[in-house]
Design a protein around this ligand. Sequence first.
Ligand code: FAD
Ligand code: COA
Length: 410
Amino acid sequence: MTFELSDAQRDLQARARDLARSTIAPRAAETDRSESYPWANVEALTEAGFFGMTVPQTYGGQGLGFLETVLVVEEMASVCGVTGRIAVEANMGAISAIMTYGTEAQKKLAADVVLGGDKPAICITEPEAGSAASEMTTRADKRGDTYVINGMKHWITGGGVSRLHLIFARVFDEAGQEQGIGGFIAMGDETPGLIVGKREPTMGLRGIPETELILEDLEVPEAMALVPPGGFRRGFAELMNAYNSQRVGAGTVALGIAEGAYRMALDYSQEREQFGRPICEFQGLQWMLADMSIQLAAARSLIYKAAAGAGQHGDSAFPDALEAAQAKVFASEAAIKVTNEALQLFGARGYSRDFPLERMARDARMFTIGGGTAQILRTVIASRLLERKLPQTRDGHLKLAQQKTVRAAE
Ligand code: FAD
Ligand code: COA
């Protein structure tokens, strides 16, 4: 398999690189320091056509794929992790779930909003349902042609700045019978009952709010319920399948941040002199740089493969769960190592807030946690390799216990 980019993809990458280096990079430190959402970057990305790139042309987008998105995200993240994350959510995750599973009205709404500069929020995690996402208790009760949603989400990226929300909830019919899990589309600025709660004081990626979302009798018209092809019964699995795109996106942000840190380290090692020589002449540092480059090359291969493979696994339009998990685990762990090594190579300057390395190391630290922890993703990988539910997942222990009972009876 080769990842030769086409001329069009190279052009796109070059345009993204120019914008990232000329416009986004100079704002990155201030975005971190002020902890404010970079609306000016959103405007720049929207003008450049980097919002809603994956939206089909019939809905006003460019109909580009996840690989093209990855190329843009990587460039943005190499200078500003926050802007990389915005580019992910403006093209992957919620928007791609809606553009794939949605009704005409839902697709039109989502396309218009995103192409207009809104980064949707995907709302899955709850205080008692983090890794065990399928144990969510937020409920959507059917009342006539409306769903009434009650519950609490937290760590929602873009809480308070995103307009479009895709809220995962447990669905109940009029008789109170559980139907499964669905996604509900709600506009944050127009919908009473969607309340933004506490903002988390995060270690890194400070320019984008992570907040609680309190859902208090939030009324969503039935027409805004996102029902994947398998219905609510298969809702969780199919929504998580769409979420694989965002996992590739998260891995790409990690890769981009690491790439940016590595480039700085490579340059600095040739400028900084000690013992009468540039520090790159010391073999200890040469091997650090070599190891960084290996991590980056391997992470990039996994990410590009997962992104380019979307739509090539059965009838799914999304990256494969196994490939997405492999790519995110590797890239997120590589980013922690590479940013730390780059910081080390800068000596005291690496530790100073006057230089970008400490921000990059803080930003990179997130990606083994958000979007499925490295432990959970290893479980996803193992479960697919072994083709079975594993004991550490919700039904795994039951299935194993049942298997034992069956074996004992035999
Ligand atoms: P827990 O599930 O409580 O896990 C705690 C520890 O136990 C972890 O180390 C975990 O790996 C480990 N663990 C748990 N279960 C197992 C197991 N079976 N086997 C082995 N180890 C296990 N969520 C959203 O819905 N929308 C968002 O936009 C969003 N954005 C986020 C942005 C950031 C910056 C962060 C940090 C999180 C975000 N999240 C979001 C939430 C994120 O997806 C969760 O934090 C993540 O899924 C883990 O859940 P948890 O924090 O509750 O950890
Ligand atoms: N892609 C495709 N299908 C997926 C999937 C994914 N990423 N994750 C789960 N599924 C499917 C499973 O294959 C299963 O389908 P099946 O019924 O045909 O077997 C179904 O969804 C339920 O998954 P299962 O593993 O049985 O559920 P679980 O509750 O035991 O464990 C986790 C679920 C751990 C895999 C999942 O909840 C998870 O990924 N947690 C991390 C949460 C997260 O990433 N949050 C991000 C918020 S931004």
